[in-house]
Design a protein around this ligand. Structure first.
Ligand code: BGC
Length: 804
């Protein structure tokens, strides 16, 4: 063998060896710090039942006696106090952080973890305290549907995305959805659902807007509270997230939000405040970002002064996954639980307690909150994990909520389809409907009903010419149509390429179909914000598809409907005059296609309304002046945790910090104030029937604003109306929005001619503004105008009231 060849071979083998050794070392390091560092803390599952004085209980610490914490006749407070007093310092510190990320990666031991659960509250084996499991998220429970060596599956129901639930404006229905989600958690042995998301839609481009409800804090709060109450009615907890100001994905782990106190209180915290007061979530999740220089998970101001002292929050706060930088500072601030937990955090906490930097009073306060949650959980009541949720019943709830969240944006004598039998379906997502966004807000559902299937289920024929054209396109691009699975699916929005049928196919479809439907799809998720080009705006291909379909069908006297299968706001003003109808289908979960078909066929009358404004231009939003419009997806390290602070001079605007210069002028508050025309206003949505507003009365009595009015269905079919109450203070001495939503309700399904009397009772302290000068909520006295509206720009009746 030649010498040079020998040297080359030796070099290759050496490099390979180094790579293998480095790989093994890295894996062992990862294991020791992030995956398996819990060696001595496996759950004690061998607990004995003992009877003393006729009372049967689990002798959790095996001392043969009935301890207060073992006695479920005692209050949670007494039991937690007793349990805390029996714990060693090591056990307490151990409880403050999760056990690592193994089970989230599907790597956990099946006996001691649930595949796909993203975090744990660790067990205390000596005292017989069990492990609790946490998993996402806002559109349904996210666990792994398949487990090693098992043939059965563990699917969960994909419900409509958060934004779509808010579009229903139906708190009873959202409570039902929450109740179904909570039931799945209970059935599969999960103790806390990491949701709902209550961040505000500050800008249409935030990649996670689909998980959040609205640009308005009241709608966010009321819908969020309904969801929490539904989930928690099962004895399962929630984690309302991300507290607070996680309004962009770009550099979320280091972004410093610089916002006025008034905007903070009135816009960004208000939704959380309402949720806390109306539903006492078991937990709140702090966010990744900073507020005025301090990580929110390290902010005593947010987590203790506001959340607990001002609002009376009773539960625990957990960090977002790997969020924050300084574990002892987090505990001191009131961030009780660090998820998913690392060996570094455990060591840092032990060290800080030893040095006195972390006082035991802080440790005890946090541990006690965690213990209270554990004691309240079904796990402590030895609930049996049945692994058998009623997925069929939940699919019905998913479909109902999806159809109530669909918003009819335009309808020129086109819908319902009535006698139209053959429908030509254009746009890839007509056949490959998007159920929800990606990232932790995704759900591993068993199936997704496409629009094609939904229409077929209603007995409507799908035009063969266009369907075949799509199949051919799919065959040629087969690779792009493979849906990513598992961890990959979390971070890779599935966006198969669009297609345009040939002019020949278009002509054939026009002659054989009764109507054309073009579906426009969008998919986004955790880890990246959206962009204006090819996302907020239509792509040139989509533009062309809408134009040519409308031209061809209109030439033959036939109509075209555009269906928007999207998770966030897109531009509509430039093309909305082309089709005859536009249906905002959002991402309706696994039953999305059936829900749209029910609206198109007229089986269900649309009753959804917009939870945010559809602007004409992206830059019409005041927040667009300070938003990362050119954002790139995050790198792996940005994804998994907080990345510290750069020196001031290296900080980049909208990345390292974002100035919320628009203050309280978010969404309609801005568009109204600046008198900007919009494409579709906040609260907007059409129906197949009409509603009359009448007999409005408004008065202030004993600290309450009372408003009564009558709504009648004056059209020809059954329907529900969302009635919105806005309040204006025209002669205000302070800078105020033109109007603000103060209450809403959705009527029952009124039959033609039917009328209903509605009563609103609004406490006056809900009409206050944040007075920055005195740092308190203040009620301005004087004249107010109460408006009963069908949308923020469709005021039907108004009344003047005087508040003294
Ligand atoms: C997300 C949270 C989620 C957590 C666990 C984080 O990346 O921001 O919303 O609950 O992961 O999956």
């Amino acid at each position: 063998m030649k010498k040079s060849l020998k040297i080359a071979l030796i070099s290759i083998v050496s490099v390979l060896l180094i790579v293998i050794i480095a790989g093994v070392a890295a894996w062992l390091y990862l294991g020791a710090k992030f995956l398996n560092f819990e060696k001595n803390y496996t759950e004690n599952q061998d607990l004995k039942e003992v009877t003393i004085n006729g009372y049967k209980f689990l002798d959790r610490n095996g001392n043969g006696k009935l301890d207060i914490y073992e006695d479920d006749r005692k209050s949670i407070e007494e039991r937690a106090t007793d349990l805390l007093s029996q714990m060693t310092t090591e056990e307490k510190i151990h409880l403050l952080k999760g056990s690592g990320i193994a089970s989230a990666m599907g790597n956990g031991d099946p006996k001691t973890s649930i595949s796909g659960a993203v975090g744990l509250i660790v067990p205390t084996p000596r005292l017989g305290i069990p492990t609790l499991y946490l998993s996402d998220g806002p559109a349904g429970l996210r666990i792994e549907p398949k487990r090693k060596n098992e043939t059965r599956t563990y699917y969960c129901t994909a419900f409509p995305i958060g934004t779509m639930l808010a579009s229903t404006w139906n708190t009873d229905l959202v409570k039902e959805v929450g109740s179904a989600m909570g039931n799945e958690a209970l059935e599969y042995g999960l103790d806390v659902i990491l949701g709902p998301g209550a961040n505000i839609h500050r800008n249409p481009l935030c990649g996670r807007n689909f998980e959040y409800y609205s640009e308005d804090p009241l709608l966010t709060g009321w819908i969020g509270a309904a969801c929490v109450n539904g989930i928690q009615s099962n004895g399962v907890g929630t984690s309302v997230k991300h507290f607070a100001l996680n309004n962009q994905e770009t550099k979320r782990s280091r972004n410093d939000v610089r916002v006025s106190e008034r905007a903070l209180r009135e816009v960004y915290l208000k939704g959380f405040e309402i949720i806390v007061k109306k539903s006492q979530p078991w937990t709140i999740m702090s966010s990744y970002n900073k507020l005025k220089g301090t990580y929110t998970s390290e902010s005593k101001y947010l987590l203790t002064d506001i959340l607990r002292d001002d609002w009376g929050f009773k539960g625990l706060v957990m960090s977002d996954w790997f969020g924050g930088q300084n574990a002892p500072a987090q505990i001191k601030a009131g961030n009780d639980l660090l998820e998913p937990g690392t060996k570094f955090q455990w060591d840092a906490l032990k060290e800080a307690v030893k040095s006195g930097d972390l006082p035991m009073t802080s440790v005890d306060a946090s541990v006690k909150r965690i213990l209270k949650l554990i004691l309240t959980s079904k796990k402590m009541q030895q609930s049996i994990i049945r692994n058998n949720p009623d997925l069929k019943a939940h699919a019905v709830t998913a479909q109902q909520s999806a159809s109530e969240g669909i918003v009819l944006l335009k309808n020129e004598n086109t819908l319902p389809l009535q006698n139209k039998k053959n429908v030509a379906l254009f746009g890839v997502t007509s056949y490959d409907f998007i159920a929800g966004g990606t990232g932790s807000g995704d759900v591993n559902e068993a199936y997704t009903v496409s629009l094609e299937e939904g229409l077929k289920n209603k007995g409507i024929e799908i035009n063969k010419v266009i369907q075949k054209s799509f199949e051919a396109h799919k065959l040629v691009n087969a690779k792009s149509f493979i849906k990513p699975e598992g961890m990959k699916a979390m971070f890779q929005p599935y966006n198969p390429p669009q297609w345009i049928p040939s002019s020949d196919e278009m002509a054939q479809s026009v002659s054989s179909a009764d109507i054309g439907i073009v579906t426009i799809g969008r998919n986004s998720g955790e880890g990246a914000d959206r962009k204006e080009k090819d996302d907020f705006l239509l792509t040139s291909m989509e533009q062309q598809l809408i134009e040519m379909t409308c031209k061809a069908f209109h030439a033959a006297g036939k109509k075209v409907v555009v269906v928007l299968n999207i998770g966030g706001v897109i531009e509509t003003a430039s093309w909305k005059n082309l089709p005859d109808a536009i249906v905002l289908a959002w991402q309706g979960g696994q039953e999305g296609g059936n829900a749209v078909a029910a609206i198109l066929s007229g089986e269900i009358n649309p009753s959804g309304k917009l939870p945010m404004t559809f602007p004409i231009h992206l830059n019409d939003h005041a927040s667009s002046a300070n938003f990362p419009l050119d954002s790139k997806p995050m790198g792996m390290f940005d994804m998994v945790g907080s990345t510290g602070t750069l020196p001031e001079k290296d900080q980049v605007r909208n990345y390292d910090y974002t100035n919320y210069e628009e203050g309280i002028y978010v969404g309609y508050r801005h568009f109204d104030k600046a008198k900007i025309e919009v494409s579709y206003p906040f609260g907007y949505g059409l129906s197949y029937t009409q509603f009359k507003y009448s007999d409005m009365a408004a008065a202030v009595l004993n600290d309450t604003l009372k408003v009564d009015l009558t709504i009648s269905n004056t059209g020809n079919c059954k329907g529900k109306e969302v009635v919105q109450l806005y309040l204006s203070k025209p002669d205000s001495k302070i800078d105020q929005p033109v109007q603000e939503l103060k209450a809403f309700t959705k009527t029952a399904n009124l039959t033609p001619g039917e009328a209903v009397n509605l009563k609103f009772r609004i406490p006056l302290n809900e009409l206050t503004y944040w007075n920055e000068k005195d740092s308190k909520w203040t009620l301005e006295v004087g004249q107010y105008i109460v408006k009963a509206s069908s949308s923020s720009r469709d005021i039907r009746l108004s009344k003047e009231v005087i508040i003294e």
